[in-house]
Design a protein around this ligand. Structure first.
Ligand SMILES: Cc1cc2nc3c(=O)[nH]c(=O)nc-3n(C[C@H](O)[C@H](O)[C@H](O)COP(=O)(O)OP(=O)(O)OC[C@H]3O[C@@H](n4cnc5c(N)ncnc54)[C@H](O)[C@@H]3O)c2cc1C
Length: 451
């Protein structure tokens, strides 16, 4: 049996190392702290929590609960320690961050199959079974290696989220449906500006207050996702030649091309939400509401989500990964955690759990596992390996990712809450019988085509 290398001792890495070790593999877990700190971590502990101490809702019938429950049933070390170090937090599972990290560090360091190496890993050895779990603040040297491994598929350094508004709050007597040059039919809602409106908007935008930059957020923005206010500061017309260009549009109220335009793109199949194309920004939420309501047609906009930009290193997973979390091109290399394109502590643990189990299987020459489709872990693996690669964004677990109920069950369970409870029930049934098969060694080998 080959050894397993895990890079990164955060949420995903410790779980991956633990699962691989429990499966009998000898694991070398590389954690660069304290030799080299990330800009957000403060200690030398494994699984250090850098922000909120909440692992989100643990209320039965919710998607975050389902993910946690799968991990609890699957023998997750992180969830076990979380349950033992929990603090009162209503329906959420929150932990004492110090005890949590201390206990995980103790357990991982004393596992007979795990050696913790306090070094920065900067390369992936040819042929070595490796789980890359270096997180959103992955070191520069390793990021270069990841870029090489995933060549040409895209490696992101920031998450840029555009604001989203409720469709019913858009004034459609002003905003009109059209695509630039008539291409794409009525796909966009366009908010047209005259010169005066544009000048007012420009002034408000460039004068608005930003969220103070965190220590780990460089002011050198990634050119491909510049905040809208930063772009505006480059010159009064920059936006009119960028995300607000009006060319190829005709305002039905005037019959002419507007001076500038903001395009709204449909966000979901229900068409009840629209995002402001290219409007990622770093402004305070209150400022966003004030400034963006100066856009003609959005005077009464209800914001379902405000724009954001934050540091986040992640691969374009759908172009790179199989549902087993292996690279399609190099099946001995796995990605887990935030760098694989999931968002959140528990999501990172879940991908670490699956990658760790599979790394051990690959190390001993066994077929890797695909998590069952109804389960939340299966849904995350499906998302990272199969989402739309063009618009790839990291996600938290939500019901939108889970397999919906069939027609008959939807008729039977009328209320959303009842449906969700049923979805969770079915997912856990499937998860339990899959775990039983896996533990009994009966899981069907995967078809070669899935790798
Ligand atoms: C500032 C910040 C705040 C966040 N707040 C929340 C929150 O409140 N709630 C939430 O659910 N999610 C939050 N997230 C998102 C995410 O869930 C967490 O970052 C989570 O810790 C991700 O788990 P991970 O294992 O992928 O990465 P991490 O937990 O960051 O672990 C990665 C580890 O890899 C190590 N490492 C990096 N490069 C190397 C290398 N080359 N060699 C060896 N070791 C290396 C790092 O030191 C680190 O210990 C936040 C992210 C950031 C950056």
């Amino acid at each position: 049996m080959k050894d397993v290398v895990v890079i990164g001792g955060g949420f995903a890495g410790v779980e991956a190392a633990w699962q691989a070790a429990q499966e009998g593999a000898r694991v070398r877990l590389y954690e660069m702290r304290p030799v080299r700190q990330t800009p957000a971590h403060r200690t030398d502990r494994l699984a250090e929590i850098v922000c909120s101490n909440s692992l989100k809702s643990d209320e039965p019938g919710t998607a975050p609960y389902l993910l946690k429950e799968e991990l609890r049933r699957g023998g997750s070390v992180v969830l076990d320690v979380a349950m033992r170090t929990k603090v009162p937090a209503g329906a959420a599972l929150a932990v004492d961050r110090q005890q949590f990290a201390e206990e995980i560090t103790k357990r991982v360091e004393s596992h007979p199959n795990i050696e913790v190496v306090r070094e920065e890993a900067s390369s992936v050895d040819e042929g070595a079974v490796t789980v890359i779990a270096a997180g959103p603040l992955c070191s520069d040297a390793l990021a270069e290696e990841v870029a090489r491994l995933t060549a040409g598929t895209g490696l992101y350094f920031y998450d840029a989220i555009s604001p989203i508004v409720a469709a019913e709050s858009v004034d459609t007597s002003i905003a009109f449906r059209a695509a630039r040059y008539g291409k794409g039919g009525d796909d966009y809602l366009n908010c047209p500006f005259n010169e005066e409106e544009y000048a007012r908007f420009y002034e408000a935008l460039t004068g608005a207050q930003s969220v103070p930059l965190q220590r780990f957020e460089e002011t050198r923005w990634f050119e491909a996702c510049l905040p809208i206010e930063e772009l505006a500061r480059r010159g009064v017309d920059t936006l009119r030649y960028g995300p607000m260009k009006p060319v190829g549009l005709r305002d039905p109220r005037t019959g002419r091309e507007p001076y500038a335009a903001v395009q709204l793109r449909q966000e979901n199949l229900m068409a009840d939400a629209y995002n402001l194309v290219g409007f990622q920004n770093h402004l305070r939420y209150g400022e966003q509401a004030r400034v963006l309501r100066l856009i003609p047609g959005l005077e009464r906009a209800e914001f379902l989500q405000y724009g954001q930009i934050h540091r986040n290193t992640y691969i374009n997973a759908p172009r790179v990964l199989a549902p087993t979390l292996q690279m399609r091109e190099r099946p001995e290399v796995f990605f887990a955690g935030q760098i694989s394109g999931v968002e959140g502590y528990v999501e990172s643990v879940a991908t670490g759990w699956l990658a760790g189990k599979n790394a051990a299987r690959v190390a001993r020459g066994a077929a890797p596992l695909e998590a069952p489709p109804r389960a939340a872990t299966g849904a995350l693996a499906r998302y990272v390996s199969g989402a739309d690669a063009e618009n790839y964004q990291p996600v938290n677990i939500t019901f939108a990712l889970l397999v919906p109920l069939g027609e008959e069950e939807r008729r039977r369970f009328k209320k959303k809450r009842e449906r969700h409870t049923r979805q969770v029930e079915l997912a856990l049934e499937e998860w339990d019988s899959w775990l039983e098969q896996v533990r009994g060694g009966e899981q069907e080998p995967l078809a070669a085509a899935t790798l």
